[in-house]
Design a protein around this ligand. Structure first.
Ligand code: DAH
Length: 357
């Protein structure tokens, strides 16, 4: 028994000063399969019954004391290691954050946002339609019958003929969304339609995929004065020039009568183009009063309702407003270009300025 007392105080002293590795060694040395306490346990069988009981109790107490001491020491060592790490790894929360590289809004997206925001301020809502269209919506319902020469101007991309003999196409303008809207919505109608459009044309000023924003207003009392007021207001807000000269020039579109092209005033000099002053003109929009046949094609009574429509090329107005010289660069996906010409997300200062007026 004295031996056990001695063994116990030896072990507890060593455990007290052991590190994590030594602790594991000590555990094996005493409680392992060949450990000292385990060996003493095995010797119990050789003792007389009454001695065996006392010795067994003493050995069990020793085993418990050693196990508890090892566990306590291990827990203390682990907490100590964590504390040491925490105090070593301090974080200075007052340091400025590392800058996150942020993306840029493409000028086409920015221009569409700005255009749509201006018309929405005037009470328009946004409508959309499919890029893949049929002949009816893209041409026929817009008063462009099969033999009409305007079809040649559109350089249409056609799909192969379907089982029903119909050839679908990539829409050549956003005007088919006028038809889709009038077929399902009762007047009054006030919509703008941003979207992708396609024509088989590729050079410095044409891309086979480009963007338009269409507009349509149908009501009982809508007249040419509304068309003019609305588009003058838009041009001035979009280009941010209060007294921007705006000119309506007679033109032709099969789906409007009368039709007008809209020009804005500009000056050309060695430094380039300035919008708003000078004696030059730049065409930016097509427009007109919706043709009665188009209304009829959409089951709208032309003796009761009339309205106006317009369509503009987004690339063109974006190039003019943001000073982007080459149309092809819009679709090169060059990140350096986007960093230069792109816009910070959620930042539309020009529109905000337009509204403030
Ligand atoms: N759809 C015409 C084009 O792509 C643009 C246009 C002109 C749209 C006059 C209109 C409009 O709605 O009234 O060339």
């Amino acid at each position: 028994m004295d031996d056990l007392e001695q063994l116990r105080s030896d072990l507890l002293t060593r455990i007290e000063s052991a590190d994590l590795d030594a602790l594991e060694g000590l555990r094996v040395e005493t409680l392992g399969r060949r450990g000292r306490v385990t060996a003493l346990m095995k010797e119990l069988g050789a003792l007389a019954p009454e001695q065996r009981r006392d010795a067994g109790r003493a050995l069990n107490a020793l085993k418990t004391a050693v196990t508890d001491a090892i566990d306590a020491r291990r827990a203390a060592l682990e907490t100590g290691a964590l504390d040491a790490r925490l105090s070593g790894e301090t974080i200075d929360v007052s340091l400025p954050p590392r800058p996150e590289p942020d993306g840029r809004v493409h000028p086409i997206s920015q221009a569409i946002e700005e255009i749509v925001a201006i018309f929405c301020q005037m009470g328009f809502t946004v409508a959309e339609g499919p890029d893949i269209e049929d002949d009816f919506h893209n041409f026929t319902a817009l008063n462009i019958p099969p033999e009409h020469p305007a079809r040649q101007d559109h350089d249409t991309f056609y799909f192969e003929e379907g089982e029903d003999g119909e050839r679908l196409l990539l829409r050549t303008h956003t005007s088919p969304v006028q038809i889709r809207t009038m077929l399902v919505q009762e007047p009054p109608i006030r919509i703008v339609v941003p979207g992708r459009t396609y024509r088989a044309d590729h050079d410095a000023t044409h891309s086979p995929m480009f963007h338009q924003v269409e507009g349509l207003v149908i009501d009982e009392e809508t007249h040419m004065g509304h068309l003019k007021g609305c588009l003058i207001e838009f041009c001035r807000a979009f280009f941010g020039v209060d007294d921007l000269p705006v000119r309506f020039r007679p033109s032709f579109f099969p789906f409007t009568e009368p039709s007008a092209e809209v020009d804005i005033g500009c000056s050309r000099s060695a430094d380039g183009l300035t919008i708003g002053a000078g004696d030059g003109w730049l065409e930016i929009l097509g427009s007109g009063m919706v043709h009665p046949k188009v209304l009829e094609n959409c089951n709208i009574d032309p003796s009761r309702y009339q309205g106006f429509a317009f369509g503009m090329g987004v690339e063109r107005v974006a190039m003019l407003k943001y000073g982007i010289p080459d149309l092809r660069t819009f679709f090169d996906s060059d990140l350096r270009w986007l960093r230069h010409y792109g816009f910070p997300a959620l930042d539309m200062p020009n529109v905000a300025a337009g509204f403030a007026r």
